[in-house]
Design a protein around this ligand. Sequence first.
Ligand code: ASP
Ligand code: MG
Length: 404
Amino acid sequence: MKRLTLKFGGTSVGSLEKIQKVAGIIKKKHQEDKEIIVVVSAMSGVTNDLTKKANLISKSYDPKEQDVLLSAGEQISSSLLSAALIELGVKARSWMGWQIPILTDKTHTSSRVLKIKTDEVLNFISNGGVAVIAGFQGVSIENRITTLGRGGSDLSAVVIAKFFETDSCEIYTDVEGVFTTDPSIHAKAKKIEKISYEEMLEMSSLGAKIMQPVAVQASMINEIPVNVSSTFSDDEGTKITSESEINYKNEVTGIAYSKNDAKVTLVGVVDKPGVAADIFEPLGKNNINIDMVIQNISSEGKKTDITFTIKRTDLSKAIKIVEDSSKHLNYQKIIHDNKVAKVSIIGAGMIANPGVTYRMFRSLADKKINILAISTSEIKISVLVHEDRTQEAIKALHKTFGLD
Ligand code: ASP
Ligand code: MG
């Protein structure tokens, strides 16, 4: 008998009517003689509301208490869904993370799953029950409730598929799958049939909001294929799987963007060995992640400009750190810009096809879009552009790489 992990996201259980609809979908699969483990998110908006409340109580809410608070949304949705199933005549029950238990490390607010005890749930599903597991939460070795980071019920689904050895891991959401780019930005975006783990990891890390990046990473490491599809449509979704299963026709599989970045430039830095290390060391020690870096060539060999990008939320902290260490850093001035966006083309097909880089730059140049910074990896090229030009850049690239 086939065993399935079915994960329903916040919008899929966003109202009582939607919960009843989801119960209907599960009942149908269950009648096809399948063993079913359901993973559920909180109803949409609930976790955000709890976060707001936490911020009103304290700007430095105790992380252990924050996990108790934020995990509450999944307790509500898992009970409502179990009860809706029972109402349809299906044997069902809910499990919180601590009841199973889903054992995690003690990195509160972004814990990682170490182990899941399987016997009780397996016993229940092999006797005809549908197990409904609260996503996003676990319990630490210190017996405290933990959560897996925002969007963490995706990670719950992947690790549950792993530990319960299910035949599939299906993520139900409010879009029909992974698209070549954000359909709300570009009407010509098309659904991707199959995408590799690596490409999906780049897409989700670079701004596509379909799946939590650490969940994609977990599916890649454990080679668990994931299917993403819509709760509200019967269309086949997107399969996230290994590269060997995919036949690459295009160099570029998808285009992602994010508006979470900021750019900092140190003008007139003295050009001598060790300056870059001196600039980035205090930032690194203060947990500021550096993304792109460009150093200009100094024309007379004395002074240069160094530009780097960081998360927008880190901007004021980063400026302060650089200014505080300006005694040892020899530069003329610091400038910054947070009205920037990162646009990335992603595709395993670009490895075997030279010329992708220049075609990307040419396509942007033809639209007179200025490139502020560049970074590349084997399967992606990212450029930083002015935020106002994001949509135009995406449309141009979508066309250039044959995705229209
Ligand atoms: N409810 C949690 C959140 O909103 C987990 C999830 O939905 O995946 O982040
Ligand atoms: Mg989610």
